[in-house]
Design a protein around this ligand. Structure first.
Ligand SMILES: [Fe+2]
Ligand SMILES: [Fe+2]
Length: 271
């Protein structure tokens, strides 16, 4: 076997089936009910996703601003327009204000969820605490992660609201999960490829060893830091690569990261 064919063979065994790609849309921090909430932005995003037809949609929390029932009802109206039924949606700290978790469970779904597609596993974790801005995973849940991802060639993704590593361009650091260090170790040990999160309203991608830590910006809220703009992520997985694009509602799309799935190595973008 030549080196090239060996590489192709290895790539074919990694991630989604070789004959198709998987697209995951990652939106975050809608903040419905906030005075900074722009309904047109999430409306446009839903239209764009319905046209794109992703295989799965991930929403990383702060759907609402205060956890009020009417705010969740507003979000539900938009989500009902979303054609993709394969979803992982987790609450954020704002959704857990004012006992908002009961409305989340009733109008959105379970706070912890699981989605399996061929070659792809996604776990959604509620990292929020009632009426606190900070987040935690909790040692009692580590075992679930460690035993969930049993197929090393699958693409394994963990979804939560809070970030695990500080995000550049966000000012004074706060609200990294209390147990981020221990949880990162669990993720690396468990063969997790990507973490999708939100919270900071500033999009970013970090690489930590074999792990990609992908923070989504806010999709529909003008509570912005610096020059960041409302946006969402598109993650395209093919047989050997993960490409992450940043998409601006009504606007352009740009490639921001390119990840080799077979070796799980981060690749420099071509200039
Ligand atoms: Fe937020
Ligand atoms: Fe948040």
């Amino acid at each position: 076997m030549t080196a090239e064919s060996a590489r192709d063979n290895q790539a074919a065994q990694a991630g989604p089936a070789a004959d198709r790609s998987i697209t995951i849309a990652h939106i975050s921090d809608l903040h419905a009910g906030s005075s900074y909430f722009i309904p047109n932005l999430i409306g446009r995003t839903i239209d764009e996703l319905n046209e794109l037809q992703p295989d799965a949609v991930v929403v990383t929390g702060d759907l609402t601003d205060m956890g009020f029932r009417q705010e969740f009802k507003t979000v539900r109206i938009f989500l009902d327009r979303l054609a993709c039924r394969q979803r992982v949606i987790v609450p954020g700290n704002h959704d857990s204000k004012n006992v908002g978790h009961i409305h989340f469970e009733e109008l959105i779904g379970a706070r912890n969820s699981d989605l399996a597609l061929p070659g792809l596993n996604i776990i959604g974790i509620d990292s929020s605490e009632p009426d606190l801005d900070s987040g935690r995973i909790g040692r009692e849940r580590y075992k679930t992660i460690e035993t969930r991802f049993v197929e090393p060639s699958d693409v394994n993704i963990v979804v939560l609201h809070h970030h695990l590593i500080p995000v550049p361009g966000t000012g004074r650091e706060r609200n990294v999960c209390y147990d981020a260090g221990d949880f990162l170790e669990v993720l690396l040990r468990s063969g997790v490829d990507m973490v999708l999160c939100g919270h900071k309203h500033v999009p970013h991608v970090w690489r930590l060893e074999s792990l990609m830590l992908i923070t989504g910006g806010t999709v529909s809220c003008m509570r912005l830091r610096g020059r960041s703009k409302p946006c969402y992520n598109l993650i395209v997985l093919d047989r050997s690569r993960a490409r992450i694009y940043r998409k601006y509602p009504f606007g352009a799309q740009e490639l921001i990261a390119d990840f080799e799935l077979a070796g799980k190595r981060f690749c420099e973008l071509e200039k």
